[in-house]
Design a protein around this ligand. Structure first.
Ligand SMILES: *[C@@H]1O[C@H](CO)[C@@H](O)[C@H](O)[C@H]1NC(C)=O
Ligand SMILES: *[C@@H]1O[C@H](CO)[C@@H](O)[C@H](O)[C@H]1NC(C)=O
Length: 403
């Protein structure tokens, strides 16, 4: 009885001791071998020990003993009583227990919680921005980490300090995907920031992957250093024409320069007579060997990624004939009107002359015709009079009565 009571007390103490020791947390890298020691077991057979494991591969507790056969290629008990998993996988995460009795009959329990991990490749920032605009949200880049287990997290740093997404100046769009075959994770984190106006013109961004298991170092991306541009109001879009005034001799060259001093430089498109010109964007429009088809009103449109578009005031281009002095004033419209008036004047003069000549000719021909016709007419009238009198007296009467 006393011996039994003693043994019972010992068991209680041992189990309490076991409870106090608790489970040991083990982390093992996926694909590598793992050896778990069975504490208290004799170094060599014969041993009295038993391994019990409950993992992603087992339905309930799986029992392995030194005498039993190995569990496929998953696990086996080594001659010294330790358990070997030759290549550990995600499915081997779980609880491993060993109960061993030494030569003196003392029982020892080992309890392990096994977690596996995989270190991803070095994270990278894809599509890094080279330029950011102060005061508006900009996409800085997308941080990608491939092949982690467990997921871990991605975080961004600005000038060495963590960037906390606040949904206003800093926002992050995250995506986690899992490879169905390997079970490994791919993380993506897209960073949007609104740089403060007048802030750091060359901020340094970096991204780091923090593993989901303790005591593992974070992995950092190479930093990126975009330039921050201060927005410049776009009402400063100016159009400069060379030659000044926009009047050019036929066959000469006109250079139109669009000045839109925003940074980064906006895209410049050209408009002629209200219609966009189908040209690649360029701040300079060169019109060589100008002809009448080049006359018209030109303006440039500066399009800015964050400001929208702004059109310059328009400038008129007119062609003067060779040797003709261009108007001294810058008013190209005036010159055009002058030319038009002159042309109209000449045309009008010619027209009036032609009309006068026409009238004179017509009148002269008509007079000649009348002179020639006159005798005939007299004869006809005499004949008609005779006829009227002889054959149509009523008509003649009515005729006279009417007059
Ligand atoms: C083992 O990990 C669990 C959570 O996973 C934790 O609560 C426990 O404190 C850890 N034990 C040791 C000994 O680190
Ligand atoms: C048992 O053997 C394995 C492989 O030889 C070794 O890694 C392990 O440390 C040994 N365990 C003990 C408790 O000696």
């Amino acid at each position: 009885m006393a011996a039994g009571a003693t043994a019972g007390t010992w068991l209680l103490v041992l189990s309490l001791w076991g409870a106090v020791v608790g489970s040991q947390n083990i982390t093992a890298r996926i694909g590598e071998p793992l050896v778990l020691n069975c504490k208290g077991a004799p170094k060599k057979p014969p041993q009295q020990l038993e391994w019990k494991l409950n993992t992603g591969r087992t339905e309930a507790w799986k029992i392995l003993s030194p005498q039993g056969s190995p569990w496929d290629s998953v696990a086996r008990v080594l001659p010294n009583g330790s358990l070997l998993l030759p290549a550990i996988g995600i499915q081997d995460e779980g609880t491993f227990r060993c109960r061993a009795t030494n030569r003196h009959g003392k029982e020892t329990k080992s309890n392990y919680r096994v977690r596996v991990y995989q270190i991803p490749g070095k994270p990278e920032i894809i599509d890094p921005a080279s330029e950011l605009m102060a005061g508006v949200p900009n996409k800085v880049g997308t941080c990608v980490s491939e092949g982690s287990y467990p997921e871990g997290t991605l975080s961004w740093h600005l000038d060495g300090k963590p960037l906390i997404p606040d949904g206003k100046g800093v926002s992050v769009k995250e995506q986690i995907r899992r490879n169905p075959e390997t079970g490994l994770f791919t993380l993506q984190s897209e960073l949007m920031v609104t740089p403060a106006r007048g802030g750091n013109a060359h901020p340094t961004f970096s991204c780091s992957f923090s593993p989901g298991i303790p005591r593992r170092r974070a992995l950092n991306t190479a930093p990126i250093q975009p330039s921050v541009w201060e927005p410049v109001p776009l009402e400063e879009v100016r159009l400069v024409v060379e030659p000044e005034g926009g009047a050019v001799v036929r066959g000469g060259t006109v250079t139109l320069t669009c000045e839109a001093p925003a940074q980064p430089p906006p895209q410049i498109h050209w408009v002629k007579d209200g219609m966009p010109l189908p040209l690649p964007p360029s701040p300079i429009l060169l019109l060589p060997e100008v002809g009448p088809q080049d006359q018209g009103t030109y303006s440039c449109v500066a399009t800015h990624p964050s400001h929208g578009s702004q059109e310059s005031p328009a400038i008129s281009i007119s062609i003067t004939e060779t040797g003709e002095e261009g108007p001294t004033t810058g008013s190209v419209g005036g010159s055009g009107l002058g030319t038009l008036a002159l042309a109209l004047g000449i045309l009008g003069g010619l027209g009036i002359t032609a009309l006068l000549i026409g009238i004179i000719m017509w009148r002269r021909r008509r007079r000649q015709g009348e002179e020639r016709k006159a005798p005939e007419n007299q004869e006809e009238e005499e004949e008609r009079a005779e006829l009227n009198q002889s054959e149509e007296p009523e008509a003649a009467e009515s005729g006279t009565g009417g007059s």
